[in-house]
Design a protein around this ligand. Structure first.
Ligand code: SF4
Length: 888
């Protein structure tokens, strides 16, 4: 029986879906999309739908720890405050830093920024959002005079043409993608052009896919600008009235992209495809260009984003329904961090660092004379400063840089050598937490109260429906306690997040007669009860427009000193780190469909690991053949200083000479799969955003003597001696995929050393062939199963894992446990539809039996009828296996 329902928001991506969480006295009984939330109108993707499964304590950090010792909050707070105070006294404020996260709520972010930039007096606070959208921030500032996203989600539905640039929305922002898809399937069909080196799920759905050479997007959009000039596609009146810089911008565009053949050559595209894209853009008045990490994560990310924006400004395709450039953020509150000054390069409320007027205003408002006057260290520079000993104390909040930053091994070594590392997080086992001197238990999603801003500037409340367990506390509370202990009691007297939000809203409106885009002064006087009930609202929300603002720049006025938008001349450059004879492949990294960041939550959910269980690399079949690799072979990917070992996935949609490795796997889930370790610390010179899409690497087939699969009912194994292991959550057990260069002399002894001696053992050993299978039962229930063979085996892993749910193993199951095969006709294959656990083999069978549309598959299997995240994969299977050709 539902006793309570809480409206809140999803903690994963930048779509910012609204949720309804239903609770009963025993706990959460359901998470559903909020039909009234404008971002998702009731839809959820599979990650959001599985949120209820991430709430158990698992690896939760439940009490503060100082130097490995459990302590109370007063001691932990004193240790942090004294450590910072001592470092500042001895080495100055530039010797300390905060590295924060787009996972923080706006209220957390606000107080962290206030402490560092307002009272410690340094701007050394930067955020992991630097890795995902810093280039878009700078591009907005250059073009519009403010970091302001012009459009809203509705514009995607109004558009005649959607251009997706470096955005695999079908996997990264599934609910927003479904809004576009729904429109297309309603028959209104906004055309879709996808510009992406990879043939992604999004690209498969496109009317036109341009598989550009990695890093050449700037040439493509410069070419578009000149094409629009040649074909009379410019809006000269708009250029005249509302912009500046057009002549120089056009000259630069013509210089670098003088003709369609030249663009096609540089971008590695067919001329006809380039021409078709240009004609589509010119022909449709309502165009939204969605860009994301494929543009931002580049050494020329700012220029690429401005090249896109230039085309919108030159054609007046901005400030009206269905038109505009649209930067989509990766994280749930990357936007909130931008608003409060979470980046080392800006002050709170969109005020500029180094602007004397802003410094004075902020000092007056916060009652401090310590406001930072110069930009602080951006993420990559911050960890270089830690490595060099210039930063001696760092506080890392809600993020895992030892996995996610470029050159991640160096980051980890820097943290291990740093004098003082403080980590506040809700889990204690992350790669970064292992480097901490002080570990602070933070509240998790479901326990936190505050606000977030999504990609369309929409502020929504995130509401708590649980008390934090143990000693866990909200981040704003932890920061506030440390600030008070450092002597800043009066400035950090907050008792609840509503007080912080009101102050943040007041600051946004201070001395702001429309000159700063970020203004939510309409919310500055909310009572606690009104804050609790706050409905989603898009900023600016001023006293003149208290209901918020859907779309910006409708009147053609911008936030530059002249009030005109700026076109920015772009001289595109090829990637800063091209392949070399020693490192001949180009590595691209990104997200998979069902995982989130470093898997600290989504890796703990069996339903979400079913889609992609192990770290993998997508490579072209011809490259794989040249390397002697088959589907699911293990593959070594090496950079200049590090390597990963991952499964090969053969995909003709991957360009030859390139490889894609997802960003999610950390040392907690695999032996060596941290793709960040392969990415050189090369950044955009203006935004500081790393180039994570173009790293040179070498591929090799490793020599391995054996492969194994170990299922364990409980416990987590440490297997440092093995070349390869990957840990996978199953519903009733953990699964370990294993491989190594040398086989142990005695498999029985090896197995018992890891599983324990006790129990009833069922075993098969073929020593000559190097095969061994064993199952261990304790009180009649499966405790462990191990399969070993010289080559990877086609075992139905789900069938074996399913046996762990039997309280007492049946005779039939005892017979089956070492066969590794499901009942005939019950094979599922790799999971495609996570909502209904429908596997590829089932889909193949259904197609062979006559299902020829996704609707028919939905009716037969349920596949695709839940969140819809798998629809593009189902369509791809329907195309790949036309009726009668499927393998049943
Ligand atoms: Fe969460 Fe999925 Fe919505 Fe993103 S699209 S906010 S991950 S439910």
């Amino acid at each position: 029986m539902i006793s309570e329902e809480t409206s809140t928001t999803c903690p994963y991506c930048g779509v910012g879906c609204g949720l309804r969480v239903a609770q009963a006295p025993g706990g959460v009984i359901g998470v559903q999309g909020d039909p009234w939330h404008p971002a998702n109108e009731g839809r959820l993707c599979v990650k959001g739908a599985c949120l209820g499964e991430t709430l158990d304590l698992g690896e939760r950090l439940l009490a503060p720890r100082v130097n490995g010792r459990g302590v109370g909050w007063p001691e932990a707070v004193a240790a942090v405050a004294e450590g910072f105070a001592r470092t500042i006294a001895e080495h100055g404020p530039e010797a300390v830093a905060f590295y924060v996260s787009g996972q923080l709520l706006t209220e957390d972010y606000y107080v962290a920024n206030k402490l560092m930039k307002g009272f410690i007096g340094s701007a050394n606070i930067d955020t992991n959002s630097r890795l995902c959208m810093a280039s878009a921030v700078v591009a907005h500032q250059r073009a519009f005079g403010a970091d302001a996203v012009p459009v809203c989600y509705e514009d995607l539905e109004h558009a005649d043409l959607v251009v997706a640039v470096g955005w695999n929305g079908a996997w990264t922002h599934p609910v927003l993608w479904r809004r576009i898809e729904a429109r297309r399937h309603d028959g209104e069909r906004p055309k879709l052009v996808v510009i992406d080196p990879r043939g992604t799920a999004t690209a498969r759905a496109a009317d036109l896919h341009l598989p550009v050479k990695p890093g050449t997007d700037g040439f493509l959009f410069n070419g578009l600008l000149d094409f629009l000039r040649r074909e009379d596609g410019l809006d000269l009146a708009y250029l005249e009235r509302h912009t500046e810089g057009f002549a120089e911008t056009l000259a630069a565009a013509r210089e670098s992209a003088p003709s369609i053949p030249a663009v096609a050559e540089t971008c590695g595209l067919a001329e006809a495809k380039v021409a078709e894209f240009y004609r589509l853009f010119a022909r449709h008045a309502r165009v939204v260009s969605v860009f994301s990490q494929g543009i931002n994560q580049s050494a020329t990310g700012v220029d690429k984003a401005n090249a896109i924006i230039n085309c919108h400004l030159a054609t007046g395709r901005i400030g009206r329904p269905g038109a505009g450039p649209f930067s989509i953020t990766g994280q749930p509150n990357a936007m909130g961090g931008r608003e409060v000054g979470g980046l080392a390069t800006q002050l709170a409320a969109h005020m500029a660092l180094g602007d004397p007027e802003a410094t004075e205003r902020l000092g007056r408002f916060w009652q401090t004379d310590q406001v930072a006057r110069a930009p602080g260290l951006k993420a990559i520079d911050m960890f270089e400063a830690i490595a060099a000993g210039r930063v001696r104390a760092v506080w890392i909040m809600a993020t895992n840089p030892a996995v996610s930053l470029p050159d991640a091994d160096r980051v980890r070594r820097a943290l291990e050598a740093c004098e003082m590392v403080i980590v506040s997080d809700c889990v204690g086992g992350t790669d970064t937490a292992r480097c901490a001197d002080v570990l602070l238990p933070a509240a998790a999603w479901g326990e936190k109260d505050g606000s977030v801003t999504n990609s369309e500037r929409r502020i929504s409340r995130q509401r708590a429906f649980h008390r934090p367990p143990g000693e866990a506390r909200p981040d704003w509370w932890i920061i506030t306690q440390v600030a008070r202990a450092m002597g800043f009691e009066s400035a950090f007297g907050y008792e609840r997040p509503a007080e912080i939000f009101r102050e943040h809203a007041r600051l946004s409106g201070l001395d702001n007669p429309g000159r700063r885009a970020f203004d939510i002064s309409a919310l500055a006087e909310l009572s606690d009860a009104e804050y609790q009930c706050l409905e989603p609202v898009q900023w600016p929300a001023t006293r003149a427009r208290p209901g918020g603002t859907k779309r910006l720049f409708e009147n053609g006025a911008f936030y530059t000193p002249s009030g005109r938008a700026r076109l920015v001349p772009i001289e595109p450059r090829l990637p800063a780190t091209p392949p070399t004879p020693a490192l001949p492949f180009v590595l691209n990294s990104g997200r998979t469909r069902d995982q989130w960041h470093t898997m600290t939550r989504t890796g703990e959910t069996a339903r979400l690991t079913a889609h992609r269980a192990e770290p993998y690399a997508e490579i072209h079949p011809a490259d794989a053949a040249a390397l002697g690799l088959r589907e699911r072979s293990l593959l070594r990917v090496s950079g200049a200083e590090a390597e990963v070992l991952v499964r090969a996935e053969l995909s003709p949609a991957q360009q030859r000479g390139t490889v894609f490795v997802p960003m999610h796997w950390s040392d907690a889930y695999a032996a060596r799969a941290r793709v960040g370790a392969l990415v050189p610390p090369v950044t955009d010179p203006i935004s500081g955003q790393p180039e994570s899409k173009c790293a040179p690497v070498r591929l090799e087939r490793p020599e391995l003597a054996w492969h194994g699969i170990l299922w364990l009912a409980r416990g987590s194994l440490v297997l440092p001696e093995l070349e390869y292991w990957a840990r996978v959550r199953e519903t009733e057990c953990w699964r370990y995929e294993l491989a190594d260069r040398r086989a142990p002399p005695d498999w029985r002894a090896w197995c018992r050393a890891r599983v324990g001696e006790a129990g009833e053992w069922i075993e098969l050993l073929d020593a000559g062939a190097g095969r061994y299978r064993a199952a261990c039962l304790r009180t009649g229930r499966l405790a462990a199963v191990l399969y070993v063979a010289p080559e990877p085996e086609g075992v139905d892993r789900r069938a074996v894992a399913g046996l762990f749910s039997e309280a007492r193993l049946s005779h039939a199951s005892r017979d089956a446990v070492l066969s590794g095969q499901p009942r005939r006709g019950a094979e599922t294959g790799d999971i495609l539809c996570t909502c209904f656990s429908v596997g590829e083999t089932q889909v193949a069978r259904a197609i062979a039996e006559g299902c020829d549309t996704v609707e028919a598959l939905g009716a037969a299997l349920g596949a695709g009828a839940g969140c819809g995240s798998c629809l593009s994969e189902l369509r791809e299977r329907l195309e790949r296996w036309p009726l009668g050709a499927a393998q049943g």
